[in-house]
Write a protein that binds this ligand. Sequence first.
Ligand SMILES: C[S@@+](CC[C@H](N)C(=O)[O-])C[C@H]1O[C@@H](n2cnc3c(N)ncnc32)[C@H](O)[C@@H]1O
Length: 327
Amino acid sequence: MSVAPAPAPTGRRTPPAGSWRAAWRRAAARLGVPLEARWLVEEVAGFAGAELWRRLDEPAPAAALARLDELVTARAEGVPLGYVLGHVPFCGVELVVRPGVLIPRPETELVVARALAELRRTGVVRPTVVELGTGSGAIALGLAAGAAGAGLAGISILAVERAGAALAVAAENLARQPRLARSIRLLPGSWFGPLPSSLAGRVDLVVANPPYVATSEASVLPPEVADHEPPEALFSARNGLQASAEILAGAGQVLSPTGVVVLEVSATRAAETTSLAAALGWRRVCVHPDLAGRPRVLVCRRAGAPALRRPGCARRDPASRGGRPHA
Ligand SMILES: C[S@@+](CC[C@H](N)C(=O)[O-])C[C@H]1O[C@@H](n2cnc3c(N)ncnc32)[C@H](O)[C@@H]1O
């Protein structure tokens, strides 16, 4: 899918009837968003970018126009673009998505980047990683895709997921990326439950984008999200903190002494999640901002973690706020 901004498919002259240009123009008028209309046209055309531009006045096959009409109707009815297209780009990997799995968000790419940076800081070259709640497999595949460039080619990732529909999509995505999938093992089950006991104390990174929307917030979510994305990927009890609390409480059992937790957090609950981590005994807790400056990625380590090669987060160690340290 091309992401270059598109000039609107408008113009003074009437496009040839049945052409891609006419189809794009109709789609843009129905959706009110020319760029989305272009992505849908590219999807059914099977060509994109400059080639689409060059072939705009060619006749479009009837079957493609019928398919385009279906896609435009679904989008106009509020189905998320990712589900309409059936795929999204994430960390350079094109992922299959469909209802039943969360559509990976661009901000989660920052979780992957932060996780790779934190792994590099530990100095381990063949790290063992546990990803909890893998959904489409986005974070696991993103880590595998970025590992070689980060000097972590020997990475090994266990990706856990409880929802059957999400697991099926993750398996499909791994099958489509055999080179990356060599580093990843999918495990069905809840959080730390399916991990082999031999991993205790040997994991270098626990990473997750857990559900963190409070159930009370369901009514303020955009309908596109609330009506279409799986509730088990969105909502968490205890005001959105339950899943993060379970992960932070369990990670101490599996992490090595230098191990690190990297967690996507709600921007509105970053402070609460930081306090929660400190109360659960984590040290060197800090939250990294997204590109808009909102606090989104929590990083924490054990109390006794050896000093790292480079300083990390400038935030104050929350140890002074109490909590039992993970020794
Ligand atoms: C916010 S989604 C994240 C999906 C994917 N990692 C991403 O970033 O696009 C959270 C995922 O956690 C899964 N999940 C929720 N509770 C779980 C549990 N107890 N054990 C394992 N997975 C769980 C959900 O099914 C969902 O796929």
